[in-house]
Design a protein around this ligand. Structure first.
Ligand SMILES: Cc1cc2nc3c(=O)[nH]c(=O)nc-3n(C[C@H](O)[C@H](O)[C@H](O)COP(=O)(O)OP(=O)(O)OC[C@H]3O[C@@H](n4cnc5c(N)ncnc54)[C@H](O)[C@@H]3O)c2cc1C
Length: 493
């Protein structure tokens, strides 16, 4: 039996492990951290669960390809928590817009909010319905080349709808809340194509976008359980230092504790730069890979700072994802902001002690903002404290006297992720190259390998340049398809 060593137990590493086992390979995963899942994680503080990752999970509609994919990885079955709205927005005056999954409810809610926008609202509903036919996103993201080709007429028919972004579509509304909220519906990234956001509406209100009870850690734990049930081995607190090679072939790894482990194939789910420049000492590069290894530009990043607040307050009546518009512009973590992005976990009783709840506020920031502070622990902690206080004060605009109910606060920055994930760019493990939504959806096969090195593959963010569980997990499956091909074994699933 051929042996595969996998460095890292993020989505790419774990999925590679499962598919390797399903195809008859012996596997060992070495994980630097004390738990599996990589970025798909949460942590506990005084009984509150702070979820670092999951916002929406598209996997519970059996008729869509996502369902089978997550089922193979063991995520499904799990307990589902029904979510009624994709994203909500609230004005400073307390007026709510809910982007409900149920289209009848959505239409009547939007029309009662803004009768003058009836035509645009009908158009929005029509677009959702257009992309609800078939399984366009499943076929592109998970399908074979044939699946993708067979969906070409589907997409050609809808071509004219591709040019709208959330921002351009939002401009059509008269109602000030809808106008302001629409551009921000997809994690406050206004230039995201509208059709891409519509993927979240794909299963209407049939529970396809439900929340796996427990959130990110349920996903990671379920995948680990499946991997182990299949006979896969995982070692925690085992950081890989070197990938060993012989005649330009990867033959194993050496850990930080000095132990050496041999394999027929090595897969790295770890940071690409560190894999190439440290674990392989920069030996397997060309101009392209060296360019990829250059640091990313210091741009404004979503989720760069996350403020978690555990409150002794029942939050079950609040929407799950909320864009909260502020009374006036303020500066937070060096950026002028007009709204806060909230996740409110009141719908999942397992995220907080009984009768209590968790609010997560996500802020945009530049990597350099906390980077420059993180060398001075005191200053870094002071800044985190300042941000948390500022955020709680702002939340009081919609959650009166919140401060009195705060029991725990935690702030995670890009430096936090870098520390725990052993990466070089916050949480992303992306190469320095142009990325696009279409590129992420179709994938770039050249990213799986390195020049002149055989029996070595990458899985995860370095390959996909995408912050998406499904794409990074899929890259793990693709790697095993490639290894099966190398070995002349027919890939089973
Ligand atoms: C704040 C945030 C919010 C997100 N929200 C969503 C969301 O709502 N929906 C969604 O689909 N996706 C979301 N994502 C993205 C998603 O979590 C990631 O794309 C995905 O988890 C990354 O998987 P990966 O395979 O790249 O591995 P990673 O998660 O990057 O894991 C890599 C693993 O390798 C380990 N490792 C590193 N170096 C070594 C070494 N030398 N030796 C051994 N082990 C090592 C690390 O400890 C880690 O466990 C979010 C991510 C973040 C950070």
């Amino acid at each position: 039996m051929k042996k595969v060593i996998i460095i890292g137990s993020g989505m790419g590493g774990l999925a590679a492990g499962i598919h390797a086992r399903l195809n008859g390979f012996e596997t060992e995963i070495f994980e630097a951290h004390s738990k599996a899942g990589g970025q798909c994680t949460s942590w506990k503080r005084k009984g509150y669960v702070f979820d670092g990752c999951l916002h929406h999970f598209g996997g519970f509609a059996p008729e869509l390809a996502f369902y089978d994919f997550w089922k193979t990885l063991g995520v499904i079955p799990c307990e589902q928590v029904n979510i009624k709205e994709c994203v909500s927005a609230v004005s400073p005056e307390g007026v709510y817009f809910h982007d409900y999954y149920n289209l009848e409810k959505l239409s009547s809610h939007m029309k009662s909010l803004s009768p003058n926008d009836s035509i645009v609202i009908d158009e929005y509903i029509r677009r959702i319905e257009l992309f609800q036919k078939g399984d366009p996103f499943g076929s592109i993201l998970l399908g074979t080349t044939w699946d993708k080709v067979s969906y070409l007429p589907y997409f050609i028919k809808r071509l004219k709808y591709f040019k709208d972004t959330l921002k351009s579509f939002g401009e059509r509304f008269e109602h000030p809340l809808l106008k302001k909220a629409f551009p921000l519906l997809n994690y406050s990234l206004p230039n995201i194509p509208l059709f891409f956001y519509l993927s979240k509406h794909i299963s209407e209100d049939k529970g396809g976008m439900d929340w796996p009870k427990g959130g990110s850690i349920t996903i990671s734990n379920n995948i680990v359980n499946k991997y182990q049930q299949l006979g896969g081995v995982i070692h925690y607190n085992k950081k890989v230092k070197t990938i060993t090679t012989k005649n330009s072939q990867a033959v194993g790894v050496i850990l930080e504790d000095g132990s050496a482990h041999q394999a027929d194939y090595v897969i790295s789910n770890a940071d690409g730069r560190k894999t190439i420049m440290d674990m392989l000492s920069g030996k397997y590069t060309n101009d392209k890979t060296l360019q990829y290894c250059k640091p990313q530009d210091d741009e404004l990043r979503s989720f760069a700072v996350m403020v978690f607040i555990g409150v002794k307050r029942d939050l079950s009546s609040y929407p799950s994802s909320l864009i909260m518009f502020l009374k006036e512009k303020v500066e937070v973590v060096g950026e002028q902001i007009e709204h806060l992005d909230l996740q409110i976990y009141g719908y999942d009783q397992s995220m907080a002690p009984e009768g209590k709840g968790v609010i997560k506020v996500e802020l945009f920031s530049k990597r350099s903002y906390f980077d420059k502070l993180s060398s001075n622990k005191k200053q870094y902690e002071q800044e985190k404290d300042k941000v948390a206080k500022q955020v709680i004060a702002l939340l009081e605009q919609q959650f009166p006297n919140l401060n009195e109910d705060v029991e725990v606060v935690d702030v995670a920055t890009l430096s936090t992720w870098e520390h725990f994930m052993h990466g070089t760019d916050g949480f992303d493990n992306f190469p320095n190259k142009k990325s696009s939504i279409l590129g992420a959806m179709f994938g770039d096969v050249s990213m799986y390998t390195l020049p002149k090195l055989t029996n070595f593959y990458f899985a995860g963010g370095w390959v996909t340049s995408a912050g998406a569980l499904i794409l990074n997990a899929k890259s793990g499956r693709t790697v095993i398809q490639k290894i099966c091909k190398d070995c002349g074994v027919k890939f089973k699933r």
